[in-house]
Design a protein around this ligand. Structure first.
Ligand SMILES: [Zn+2]
Length: 305
């Protein structure tokens, strides 16, 4: 009798460490309100990022989950102590660009300036090196082939900036679902946000409005599918303002944007608590390191065939 019983098989939802990430921006910096709140007015608005991030750090500590905080340069410039606390509590600090301009709205030069400025200010504020980048609103797509060249030239080793799905505001539906090397001659890896497959279609399943609006069972099903069927790590993201039901209300924004932004804010913290208890989570830089090795091994295998 040498059959392996089901009980002996490793359970991928316990052994695969998924990527946990927080896009550190305040309630007035989201793309949904871009048309009603000018960047020049940001400095005068109520600052809520500090208390929200501290609540998230305490939540993560409950299960000793480590994460990556993709932070706006604009926020880093004003919150050095907060960034140092995030790093000191064992998390990674990475870049979310300077002031949430989407990549496909910039040209190559202005994008290069944006990520260089953010990187320098975040590194100075946090006292750590920045090697990871997440584009605002997942705005790297087929329109921005130069973005990865700029990231690689400036010392970034990974990006998590693609939603490989169709969506009304963003998406690169033809991109791979899992880690890939966008420029073959550099080691930079792109780690797309998680999608699940249903009836032959990709569904966005890595966080954002979907996580808040749909029942938690959807996210659990999706992440289990990725861990068990694809045997790959999932990548999940959310924002500090999503756990803050008391944030000021923006009245002039389109109804659709307001519905998306304000739905179920009060249910976010308990949902997140369940999510971080149900799966294993870790920093994106460590996940990127493992995924880069996997991509390298796949390329070597292809070359040998
Ligand atoms: Zn963002």
């Amino acid at each position: 009798m040498n059959a392996i019983t089901f009980r002996d098989r490793p359970n991928p939802t316990r052994t695969i460490v998924n990527g946990l990430s927080v896009d550190v921006e305040d309630w007035f910096q989201v793309g949904a309100f871009e048309s009603v709140i000018e960047r020049d007015d940001w400095a005068g608005l109520a600052d809520r990022v500090d208390s929200n991030v501290k609540a998230i750090l305490d939540l993560f500590d409950e299960v000793d989950a480590k994460a990556t905080f993709f932070t706006l340069g604009w926020v880093a410039q004003r919150h050095g102590a907060l960034l140092r606390e995030i790093a000191q509590r064992g998390h990674e600090i990475a870049s979310h660009g300077w002031d949430h301009r989407r990549v496909f709205k910039m040209d190559r030069q202005s994008f290069g300036e944006d990520i260089a400025r953010a990187q320098k200010v975040i590194e100075d504020a946090a006292g750590v090196r920045v090697i990871g980048y997440r584009a605002p609103s997942f705005s790297i797509d087929q329109r921005t082939p130069w973005a990865y060249l700029e990231l690689a030239e400036r010392g970034y080793t990974y990006s998590s900036s693609v939603a490989p799905v169709e969506h009304d505001h963003y998406g690169w539906p033809d991109a791979p679902r899992f880690a890939f090397r966008p420029i073959p001659w550099t080691p930079l890896v792109e780690i797309p946000v998680t999608t699940a497959m249903f009836a032959g279609k990709r569904l966005a399943a890595g966080g954002g409005g979907f996580f808040r609006v749909l029942p938690y069972a959807f996210s659990r099903w999706a992440i289990r599918q990725v861990n068990r069927r694809d045997e790959r790590p999932a990548v999940f993201y959310f924002h500090p303002w999503e756990i803050d039901p008391d944030q000021p209300r923006v009245t002039g924004a389109p109804l659709r944007s307001r519905l998306r932004h304000y739905t179920n804010l009060d249910q976010m913290a308990p949902k997140l608590r369940q999510l971080i208890h149900d799966f294993a989570w870790g920093r994106m830089d460590l996940l990127a390191h493992r995924e880069a090795a996997r991509v390298q091994a796949e390329l070597a295998q292809d070359a040998a065939l």
